[in-house]
Design a protein around this ligand. Structure first.
Ligand code: ADP
Ligand code: MG
Length: 611
């Protein structure tokens, strides 16, 4: 049998590669705008028809190309922007892969006119599906004009896959905005189906943001500025009161390139926390400048995800820079500036200082229709006010209904059924070392021991932090704890809250903390493991949930400290667990929303015995 492996023709290879780089008209717009910016002119025009499906044209007054370069630019891996692998660590241009023009030419009809300033004549080149149809000298302005007609003309599957005109146009506008925002010194025009959509004269950054995003932005922007060895941060953030319900106006640029960065986004949102309502998002236009050798942009051809070498430091610097800017702007906000740098600002002497606060009703019980009647039972069972909540009734039943009031036989039956204990006054029974069974007036209650304990601990940790009640117990032998770099960062951020819980903890050299005391009620725990687990849990909660620091920490601690299934509980332990549970403000749900108790009514049980 003859050999069967062969190299693909360039046109096919390019078409396959195009699938990666050019997914829709907006991807072509992005690539061409980037080339135009890299070409170094100060005027760029974007003209499209039918949301780019029939025509995308970009005209720039940049450096232009020689006739040979014009031809070369459509070869795969042909670029003027890098020469060696080392150059990958010095990238200052937007392009560097040399893939875009080759990809576009493989799946569209392309017409290029280009001239260098020093040349008398320019070049006119027509390519269709990677095939050069003609190349001739021509008279044209200095710079480059590239026309892309009928994108995906030879890839019907891709063409059919395109969304509605308005959806494709939205994507194009997005790309246009990202590039025009970061290049205010270049004037841009964008014409769609013969109508101007944007006319952006060259201007300062703030004016450019207003021209691109709407003039309403001018008054709502606060300046952001912070220069460090690791990163230079500049740009604008929206005032807290201008926060929006959508994430639309959040822009990061790294070394003049639009990037997406959920981790850094978190730094900004965290800095805004407590200042904007739940479900609202701050606006920001943030420019980061780092040494090109410390950023990896070579991740995906569409290049919006990047990796920073110093991402944890950048996180902290960014967060504190944003907090500083908000603080400078917002004279009346009482901010926790402990960890921020000192800066100069004066309160107007006669202006009253308003302390923003959150009203919490500690009596609130979501299971009671009329919150006024909600009653909280303290662990000792002492009542603060009369009430009629269902929880109170259950709790009452639990305490008043003891064995003496029961016909003797009943207790015996249950006890002998489980075959463990025949003590006459038994009120609690553990099932599968996981559930606590106990009888209440209306039936049989089953309590998930872990969920119950998590609820109890969560409320108690939270209260400690809120009321500064954490009791520390000095350790005879201080322990040192070594954490990973990112956990160290987080622990530093949370050190105030961790201390409120009752830890005496201090940074102690690189990535190390010294623990001089632990909460008085902490059983003999390995503090290293505990801290690591709690921080891990904290990070997990950060991903999906919008919790404030204290709630998150209280949750994470509770999760780690709660009794686990499999732990055998003594009668008095069960007793106090149930007492404590019913002293909680939400006794039926664990902090993460798990059901804690369930009730099998007496009728339900009876029914099972009718024939
Ligand atoms: P890359 O931008 O990654 O280098 P492209 O395929 O986008 O790859 O472009 C290939 C080359 O064509 C560029 O490196 C550049 O030299 C040249 N080029 C593309 N567009 C322009 C333009 N508008 N003006 C001048 N040169 C251009
Ligand atoms: Mg390019």
């Amino acid at each position: 049998m003859s050999d069967i492996i062969r190299l693909l023709p360039d046109s096919v290879a390019n078409q396959i590669a195009a699938g990666e780089v050019i997914q829709r008209p907006a991807s072509a717009v992005k690539e061409l705008l980037e080339n135009a910016v890299d070409a170094g002119g100060n005027n760029i025009e974007l003209i499209i028809k039918d949301s780019g499906k029939t025509l995308i044209q970009i005209i720039d007054n940049g450096c232009g190309m020689s006739p040979t370069d014009a031809r070369m630019s459509f070869e795969r891996h042909a670029t003027s922007k890098i020469k060696t692998a080392d150059d990958l660590f010095r990238i200052r241009t937007l392009g560097f892969r040399g893939e875009a023009l080759a990809s576009i030419a493989a799946i569209a009809q392309v017409e290029l006119k280009t001239r260098r300033l020093e040349d008398e004549l320019g070049t006119h080149l027509i390519i269709e599906g990677s095939v050069v149809k003609s190349q001739q000298p021509c008279a044209c302005p200095a710079g480059t004009s590239l026309m892309i007609k009928n994108l995906f003309f030879n890839v019907p599957a891709r063409r059919n896959f395109l969304k509605s005109d308005s959806a494709e146009l939205r994507h194009i506008i997005e790309e246009f905005q990202r590039i025009s925002l970061v290049n205010p010194s270049i004037s841009f025009a964008f014409i769609n189906n013969g109508k101007p959509m944007f006319q952006l004269p060259h201007s300062g950054l703030k004016q450019r943001i207003a021209n691109v995003m709407g003039s309403g932005n001018l008054e709502k922007l606060i300046t952001l500025n912070q220069e460090t060895d690791v990163v230079k941060i500049s740009g604008f953030i929206g005032k807290p009161e201008s926060a929006r319900k959508t994430k639309g106006e959040q822009y990061f640029f790294a070394n003049n390139r639009y990037i997406r960065h959920p981790y850094l986004n978190h730094a900004v949102e965290d800095a805004f926390k407590d200042l904007i309502p739940e479900g609202y998002f701050p606006s920001y236009f943030i420019f980061l400048e780092v040494d090109p050798g410390h950023i990896d942009i070579n991740i995906h051809p569409t290049k919006t995800e990047v990796n920073f070498q110093d991402h944890t430091s950048i996180y902290s610097i960014l967060r504190s820079a944003v907090r500083l800017s908000i603080g400078k702007y917002s004279l009346s906000s009482t901010f926790d500036f402990e960890n921020e740098q000192i800066f100069d600002y004066n309160f107007p002497k006669d202006r009253p200082i308003v302390v923003p606060g959150v009203d919490i009703d500690p009596e609130f019980n979501p299971f009671v229709k009329n919150p006024q009647s909600a009653m909280r039972l303290t662990p000792g069972g002492s009542r603060q006010s009369p009430g009629n909540s269902q929880w109170e009734k259950l709790y009452e039943g639990l305490h008043h209904e003891n064995v003496e009031q029961q016909p003797a036989g009943q207790t015996m039956t249950i006890s002998s059924d489980f075959g463990t204990d025949t003590k006459a006054d038994r009120n609690f029974m553990q099932f599968q070392n996981r559930f606590i069974l106990t009888k209440v007036k209306s039936g049989l209650m089953i309590i998930d021991q872990q969920a119950a304990h998590e609820r109890i601990l969560f409320e108690s940790y939270l209260e400690r932090m809120e009321k500064n009640k954490g009791m520390a117990q000095q350790q005879l032998f201080p322990q040192t704890v070594k954490l990973s770099a990112s956990d160290t960062e987080l622990a530093n951020e949370l050190i105030g809250e961790i201390s409120l819980l009752g830890f005496i903890i201090e940074p102690f050299g690189p990535n190390t903390f010294i623990i001089n005391g632990t909460p008085a009620d902490l059983p003999n725990e390995n503090v290293q493991d505990l801290l690591e687990n709690v921080l891990e849990n904290y990070k997990k909660n950060q991903l999906g949930l919008k919790l404030d620091r204290k709630s998150n920490l209280a949750r994470s601690m509770a999760k780690n400290m709660a009794v686990k299934p499999g732990k055998v509980l003594m009668e008095d332990e069960m007793q106090s667990l149930v007492d404590d549970l019913f002293a909680c403000s939400v006794p039926n749900l664990s902090p993460s929303g798990k059901t804690i108790t369930t009730l099998i009514s007496a009728e339900e049980i009876e029914k099972r015995f009718t024939k």
